[in-house]
Design a protein around this ligand. Structure first.
Ligand SMILES: [Zn+2]
Length: 280
């Protein structure tokens, strides 16, 4: 995953400026897909939707923020020569731009807070994207990684001479199978606390009527939400049997089996990408 130059964006409420990291490239190499639709791809920037303004403390959608400039690229070999100086907005010096607050992804608590801030002032599709993200973030601690190990990014970056483990010699060696990956034990899954479970269930209940908003998500997303709400019979009924063949078959079958054994936890589906027809 190669970084692009930071953009300078303005809060859509108060116009306070922030720096937003961008990625020049990414791929789904090493990606892992889960039954809740979450795709964990180490070489793809996680899809961040909102941030909290460091000035007015309100949440705003990154896609609503005005991009007013760009920092000079630190990776001159990637950029066109003319882009090397960036394009700072008039009156903003490089020194001032460098200390602008960096946009950060809120945790699940932030998404829950943002949902109460936005209220009914956003479209159903925007609400749905926030609720999906909250769902995925709250599920992170509950995920049981089947290999029980995950890639030690720090060790691999070190082995790659300090460069991100996804670029250069190290990545080439990994791709060709010439190195043994550095692995560390994956954290064991933890159930949600009672308070978290209430937020989780409220979120999924309010997500259900939004799943059909245009463009509608695949039927298995509804089934999965119902299953994770422990509404197992409804989950089975919501699955479209026609999806048992074709690109979605793997996830549909896993959701069905988990519902039949009365298991409400997120299920690991596959390494190597998500089924087609889902962009949640
Ligand atoms: Zn603001």
């Amino acid at each position: 995953m190669l970084p692009g130059p930071d953009e300078i964006i303005e809060c859509s409420h108060c116009r306070a400026r922030h720096r937003l990291s961008t990625w020049a490239s990414g791929n789904t190499f090493g990606a892992v897909f889960w039954s809740d639709g979450y795709l964990a791809a180490p070489m793809l920037a996680d899809r961040q939707l909102i941030t909290k303004c460091s000035d007015c403390s309100k949440y705003f959608f990154l896609r609503d923020a005005t991009v007013v400039g760009e920092m000079p690229s630190n990776f001159g070999f990637l950029a066109d020569d003319e882009d090397d100086d960036g394009s700072l907005p008039q009156g903003l010096t490089l020194e001032a731009a460098e200390i602008l607050p960096q946009v950060e992804e809120p945790g699940w608590e932030g998404y829950a807070e943002a949902l109460s801030q936005f209220g009914t002032g956003v479209t159903d599709v925007s609400l749905r994207s926030l609720r999906l993200r909250l769902w995925h973030l709250m599920n992170h601690q509950r995920r049981e990684h089947p290999p029980k190990y995950k890639i030690d990014h720090e060790a691999e970056t070190k082995a790659n001479g300090g460069k991100d483990y996804s670029v250069g010699d190290w990545a080439d060696k990994v791709r060709s199978g010439n190195v043994k990956r550095r692995l560390i034990p994956a954290p064991p899954p933890r159930p949600l606390s009672v308070g978290q479970q209430q937020i989780f269930e409220k979120n999924l209940s309010e997500l259900l009527p939004l799943i059909g908003a245009t463009p509608a998500l695949p039927s298995w997303v509804r089934a999965e939400a119902l299953r994770e709400l422990a509404r197992f019979d409804e989950a089975v009924a919501a699955l479209d049997p026609r999806t048992l063949t074709g690109p979605e078959a793997q996830v549909v079958e896993l959701i069905l089996k988990a519902a039949q054994r009365r298991d409400a936890r997120p299920v690991y589906v596959s390494a190597g990408g998500r089924p087609q027809g889902h962009d949640a």
